[in-house]
Design a binder for this molecule. Structure first.
Ligand code: NAI
Length: 528
């Protein structure tokens, strides 16, 4: 009997279902119609069934409209469109799905209804038919618990819109047969997707690992470190994220985003790691759901003003700076400063840039105020992490309470001389990008440590599912694992909350100097 949780890795090569395999999709709503289109595009004949009358026709009509646009944009020709549409056929009842080799369920997110559908399918389909569910929040193990053969049930979690989003999480429940998960993984890859393996657990990979992206910004806002537009601007223009967290929550809908956080929090027995935000709860209660209600974190009404981030007035740049020691993840700044025509003198020291009256340091997760006192650094101004200091259009600065106005002006002048817009935020542990990225790294490390997924797959999932500029583990390696550990430990000691506890894997990797994104499994046991 296998006692260790089964950790599948996407590196394995396994055969996809041949295109001659009949695919059935149940539920012709937002996801089902999109999934049917993906399978038909790959050459499968697809049967589409929905319990609500007229829904299949509406779903197919939506697919046809999308394909027409593709033809207009010359991304597909008319014959291809007709052939693809011809491969999607309506089914009048579940009985018609008997000869399907793969059935993908994309119906209402209700455990009992899904269990009932799969129980009926078991009686209708052949024993070899693979049963897949597109659930985004229910346990695959629980959905399969009422089946005679739960080993053939697997999660096939597409992202919205299914034809566009590359990521598919292939989710194995406790009873799922490894070969079933591998076959579905290979099939998703053959359909042009980037599949990853995940063990059934709350939020699977993406919906779990992404929580800090929202949670840390909500906390910054709650504690008054900066306003919504400034946090979004810093996360985009320094952090390299495609959308700011508040823009994204408004787009997803605060009700939906809040419900996902609650479901992961409850799924993990109220682990404080995932504690929802009272601020977001209040927005939901007020009906400020985001774009769809005309108001969320931002006001989308016609007479609302533009959402302007706080940007510092221009200040004179320096002629010379002294770089004292190693700047760690911000070392690239030394070259940029030289390239800007500023003379750089390098000496030993604690990793600070002396610029006029200011001492500038990359945030290490402490309040600049505490660090200034603890390390005896006068006029300390901390700056935030950038995904790429050369590309970053904005830099965030946070002065220690002891720092003079002159020091803050000199610090701003330096970043402006490098061509950056500067946002001054209140002194805040780990600032915006650093604390968010370190918590993403920590969560990704925990998911790997708990055998939810492999190191390679968590990075693929976050890049392909949410367009993160880097996979969290690769990002952790770029920052330096000991540095991530330091930031996380500082956050944990500042707040005294379990939410910021370090992942054991982070400690283990920091101790050996090994890479977090190392694709090698933690243990390799050869099969007998
Ligand atoms: P939807 O509400 O757009 O479509 C669901 C469809 O299922 C409806 O057309 C409904 O008539 C049909 N249906 C309900 N009960 C049925 C039954 N017993 N038999 C046959 N058809 C039935 O929902 P959506 O958004 O497409 O979600 C479907 C599934 O995909 C859910 O499990 C959801 O959690 C999951 N999902 C949704 C995503 C999204 O962004 N909308 C993303 C990823 C997964």
């Amino acid at each position: 009997m296998q006692c260790e949780p089964h950790l599948l890795s996407s590196d394995n090569d396994m055969s996809a279902l041949p295109t001659g395999t009949l695919v059935a999709v149940i539920g012709a709503g937002t996801m089902g119609a999109g999934i049917a289109r993906v399978a038909a595009r790959a050459g499968h004949l697809v049967l589409l069934y929905d319990a609500a009358e007229g829904t299949v026709e509406q779903g197919v009509a939506r697919v046809a409209e999308d394909l027409d646009r593709q033809v207009e944009r010359h991304k597909m020709d008319g014959a291809e469109r007709d052939a693809l549409l011809g491969r999607i056929r309506p089914a009048a009842g579940l009985e018609e799905l008997a000869s399907a080799g793969l059935v993908i369920e994309a119906i209402i997110e209700d455990l009992n209804v899904k269990q009932e559908v799969f129980e009926r399918l078991e009686a209708i389909c052949a024993k070899r038919t693979i049963l897949a569910t597109n659930t985004s929040s229910l346990s695959i193990t629980t959905i399969g618990a009422t089946l005679q053969h739960p080993e053939r049930l697997v999660g096939m979690h597409f992202f919205n819109p299914a034809p566009v989003m590359k990521l598919v999480e292939i989710v194995s429940g406790a009873a799922t047969d490894g070969s079933v998960a591998e076959a579905v993984h290979a099939t998703a890859a053959a359909w042009g997707k980037s599949p990853v393996h995940a063990r059934s657990s709350p939020g699977f990979i993406v919906n779990r690992v992404a929580r800090p992206f929202y949670a840390e910004s909500l906390r910054l806002l709650e504690e008054g470190a900066a306003d919504v537009a400034t946090i979004d601007a810093v996360m985009k223009e320094s952090g390299g994220f495609r959308m700011g967290p508040f823009e994204l929550m408004d787009l997803i809908g605060n009700d939906v985003n809040y419900a996902v956080t609650r479901s992961v929090y409850e799924g993990y027995y109220h682990d404080p790691r995932f504690k929802p935000s009272l601020l977001q709860q209040e927005l939901v209660a007020a009906g400020h759901l985001g774009r769809k209600s005309g108001r969320g974190f931002y006001d989308y009404s016609e007479n609302a003003g533009p959402h302007r981030p706080a940007t510092a007035e221009p200040a004179p740049g320096p002629e010379k700076v002294t770089v004292c020691g190693d700047l760690g993840a911000a070392e690239a700044l030394v070259h940029l400063i030289g390239e800007a025509g500023i003379r750089v003198v390098q000496t030993g020291g604690p990793g600070v840039i002396q610029c006029g009256a200011a001492r500038l340091a990359l945030t290490d997760g402490r309040y600049a105020t505490s660090r200034s006192a603890e390390d005896g650094l006068e006029n300390l101004v901390t700056f935030d992490l950038a995904a790429d200091y050369r590309e970053a259009a904005r830099s965030a600065l946070a002065p220690a309470d002891q720092a003079s106005a002159e020091a803050l002006r000199d610090a701003g002048g330096l970043f402006q001389a490098l061509g950056k817009r500067v946002s001054i935020i209140d002194d805040y542990p780990g600032m915006a990008v650093m604390r968010t990225v370190c918590m993403l790294v920590n969560e990704a490390a925990d998911a790997v440590n708990q055998r939810v997924c492999s190191a390679g797959d968590v990075d693929i999932a976050m890049q392909r599912g949410l367009n993160y500029p880097l996979g969290p583990l690769a990002w952790g390696d770029a920052i330096g694992v000991p540095n991530v550990l330091t930031v996380t430990e500082h956050l944990a000691s500042t707040y005294g909350e379990d939410r910021y506890r370090c992942s054991p894997l982070l400690r283990r990797k920091a101790a050996t100097g090994r890479s977090l994104s190392d694709r090698a499994p933690l243990i390799t046991n050869s099969d007998p």
